[in-house]
Design a protein around this ligand. Structure first.
Ligand SMILES: [Zn+2]
Length: 305
């Protein structure tokens, strides 16, 4: 049984403005549609978006101000400046859906600590940190979940946490968030020719798998399988930043994996964590091609088969 975290509020629909970004903001509901009727998936919805208080507790003052500034938010979202567009529109159409996405990661984390394997269709905002919001990521959902679990007493300060990042891009936000926390292990598989290139955050990764533009599925999966063998033990929870921007059809990731390769990757991760006895929280992360939603659905079906 796999618990899937999804809310209709995750979907970002900007109507006529959808063309401004390659991100398919409504892919979440497409995944859910494909999972209908599968008894081994248990679909749960967060009851509310993550609170402003939780976000304010997490981010620095500068980021808190930036997240209320239209120009900065449009830059973070990598879309052109739009005159006359009120900030309230962005808040409702983009910031609020992402706050729901963070709530999904918080709720999935709680379920995982109760021993369940989980998949939040949103979240995986791995370019955001306390000090920065960038790369279409407004809030670092793993960092906020970690903070909320500590507050609730569900995690202790030195509990070991694993973050496996298999999105095509380096997870600079997670590396920055946990830069000085040696209890958090980072395994990151990424295209080193791509954004983000910050040496300090790349250097924080405990187990890096460095790949180049054009990498195919067999090289990716072989190197990833080797990296999984280097993991330690004793993790309370594992986050999997499961971006589908590794697909050949993706306009941004620069990799050449097939949907079948992604299904094989998620199965490899799931079986490894299962053998280690570590509950998993898979997260949506990047994925900008038309095949993204069907690939995620196929991967989930593969895990519950
Ligand atoms: Zn990415």
């Amino acid at each position: 049984m796999l618990q899937i975290f999804y809310s209709e509020h995750y979907n970002i629909d900007l109507g006529l403005l959808n063309y401004l970004h390659p991100f398919d903001g409504t892919k979440f509901k497409k995944v859910i549609k494909e999972l209908k009727g599968i008894s081994a998936v248990d679909i749960r919805s967060p009851s509310a978006p993550v609170s402003h208080e939780a976000i304010h507790d997490f981010v620095d003052d500068l980021v808190r101000i930036q997240l209320n500034d239209k120009k900065t938010v449009l830059r973070i979202l990598e879309v052109p400046q739009i005159p006359l567009l009120p900030f309230s529109y962005l808040a409702k159409k983009i910031l609020l859906p992402m706050r729901w996405g963070v709530a999904g990661t918080v709720d999935a984390s709680k379920a995982a600590l109760g021993g369940r394997n989980c998949w939040n269709l949103a979240g995986g905002y791995h370019h955001a940190s306390q000090q920065s919001a960038e790369g279409f990521c407004l809030y670092n959902d793993i960092g906020i979940a970690h903070q909320e679990l500590l507050k609730a007493g569900l995690l202790k300060a030195h509990d070991k946490i694993l973050i496996i990042d298999v999105d095509a891009h380096h997870g600079n936000g997670n590396a920055q968030t946990f830069m000085h926390n040696a209890d958090v292990t980072l395994l990151d598989v990424y295209n080193q020719d791509n954004y983000p290139r910050t040496a300090a955050t790349r250097g924080r990764v405990n187990i890096p798998v460095l790949l180049h533009t054009g990498v195919g599925g067999s090289e990716y999966l072989a190197k990833y399988a080797d990296a999984l063998k280097q993991l330690g033990s004793g993790y309370r929870i594992a986050y999997v930043v499961a971006g589908t921007d590794v697909l050949d059809s993706d306009p941004i990731g620069g990799m050449r994996l097939t949907p079948g390769d992604v299904v094989a990757r998620e199965t490899l991760t799931f079986n490894k964590l299962k053998s280690m006895g570590v509950p998993a929280v898979f997260l949506g992360a990047g994925g900008y091609s038309k095949l993204s939603a069907s690939t995620i659905a196929a991967a989930i079906k593969g895990l519950v088969r």
